[in-house]
Write a protein that binds this ligand. Structure first.
Ligand code: ATP
Ligand code: MG
Length: 415
């Protein structure tokens, strides 16, 4: 992308009405814009990051064998009354149409997916299967002060699985646990598996938590073994003894990036979701549900990967692989040569399928270009100036010193 053609959304100051670090830095760097508390617009750079996160999640869902669908945001009151959640779910956004019909804006999709799954389930031969979507969710969150970590409108991946037996559900559930670990590793995150309340149908659910100071959850975790529980089910204090290995427990703030539940028959019962078994008898379908906060992940990554100069995106989600900066000066003839060389480098890298943001702006100072580049946090910075001659100055966002290398070497590195 050519930067002079691109609207510049970066700004020097953080917005005054934004408390959270992730939204402050993402707004300053031009990735998102705040529309109101808990509601953000994704700008071109931010959307590229969001799509990269989404794509990694999608690839791993497909590898698991789940099938992608897209359910509506709007659903009828009757479906939510069936499960009792029209009245019990306090975060449910409700709408009234002009002819006085009532609707919900989906905060999660069990009430919508169960009747859909039902259409494909007759006998045990039709099971198991998994359906997932990546879609906008709405929740009337009371506190929406954590930027992308807690939206009133946000992007979630939600997967629902359908099974004949609890044993089959448990096998699938264990596979999803592994897939989730892989997803967070691919995203560059260290997410720990934490036990949390499971509601009425299983003892625990599992959350994936990224430990970060601005996270909204409190996690009790062992400094030695993998024991970790959410504060909501564990009262321990810092320094208490780990019930699993007797080492010391620690208490840290965390942000929940994923959550998986064994629903069992919680939603099958109200919808009469059943199948006939080998003996021809009707049995209730066993279900699981598995969420990942796609837009929250973008906020968490911003919380974890930054320094005083700005963002530092992990390679897997970065909006571009490289930021190519042309530095011109006073000498018109020299400037022409620099711009021609930079354009050639840009075009060559494009042909190699490297994503590059090309800062070709001629009326912006070197200092401002570098400061904006650091703020945006693209992994590799390439500079072409009068000083660099036939070579290119390269530096990773997290390195101090730049070095001069050939275009061939740059191509190798960016591969
Ligand atoms: P929390 O405990 O943080 O309120 P939850 O347990 O209600 O979340 P789930 O219903 O399990 O959330 O949703 C699945 C995932 O969606 C969560 O693990 C989280 O990553 C993300 N998520 C939930 N609520 C929000 C929100 N308001 N804004 C952004 N992401 C969210
Ligand atoms: Mg949760």
């Amino acid at each position: 992308m050519i930067q002079s053609h691109y609207p510049s959304f970066t700004r020097k100051e953080a917005p005054k009405d934004e408390e959270s670090y992730n939204a402050q830095i993402l707004i300053r760097a031009g990735f998102v814009e705040k529309v109101m508390a808990g509601v953000y617009a994704f700008l071109p750079l931010g959307l590229r990051v969001l799509r990269n996160i989404e794509q990694i999640v999608r690839e791993e869902m497909n590898a698991l064998g789940a099938h992608e669908i897209l359910m509506p945001v709007l659903s009828p009151k009757e479906q939510w009354q069936k499960t009792g959640r029209w009245d019990s779910l306090d975060v449910l956004f409700k709408l009234i149409s002009r002819d006085k019909k009532e609707y919900a804006l989906g905060p999660t999709h069990e009430e919508v997916v169960v009747p859909i799954g039902q259409k494909a389930i007759f006998s045990y031969r039709d099971l198991p299967f998994g359906l997932y979507q990546i879609q906008t969710k709405f929740r009337d969150e009371p506190r929406a002060k954590s930027g992308l970590l807690r939206g009133r409108e946000f992007l979630m991946k939600d997967l629902y699985s359908f099974h004949t037996t609890v044993e089959d559900l448990e096998i699938y559930y264990a596979q999803v646990l592994k897939v989730y670990k892989k997803i967070f590793t691919r995203l560059g995150l260290d997410a720990i598996q934490v036990e949390a309340s499971g509601g009425s149908f299983s003892k625990y659910s599992h959350e994936f938590q990224v430990l970060t100071p601005n996270g909204e959850d409190e996690i009790i975790h062992c400094e030695k073994c993998d024991f970790a529980q959410n504060r909501e089910i564990n009262e321990s204090k810092e320094g208490d003894v780990c019930p699993k290995c007797q080492a010391k427990l620690r208490v840290s703030a965390g942000s929940e990036v994923g959550n998986i539940f064994q629903l069992k028959t919680k939603y099958s019962t109200p919808f009469g979701l059943s199948y006939t078994d080998e003996k021809g008898e009707a049995r209730e379908v066993q279900m699981g549900c598995y969420g990942i906060g796609i837009s929250r992940l973008m906020g968490v990554i911003a919380e974890v990967f930054h320094n005083e100069k700005g963002l530092m995106w992990p390679d897997a989600v970065a909006p571009f692989r490289a930021h190519l900066i042309a530095l011109t000066g006073q000498d018109e003839n020299q400037n022409k040569i620099i711009m021609e060389r930079a354009t050639r480098v840009y075009e060559t890298l494009q042909k190699q399928n490297s994503t590059v943001l090309f800062d070709d702006r001629e009326n912006v100072s070197a200092g401002q270009k570098f400061a904006e580049s650091d703020l945006m946090g693209i992994p590799w910075r390439l500079v072409i100036s009068q000083k660099t001659g036939e070579q290119i100055e390269i530096k990773r966002r997290d390195e101090q010193e730049a070095r001069l290398i050939s275009l061939e070497e740059v191509i190798e590195i960016l591969k």
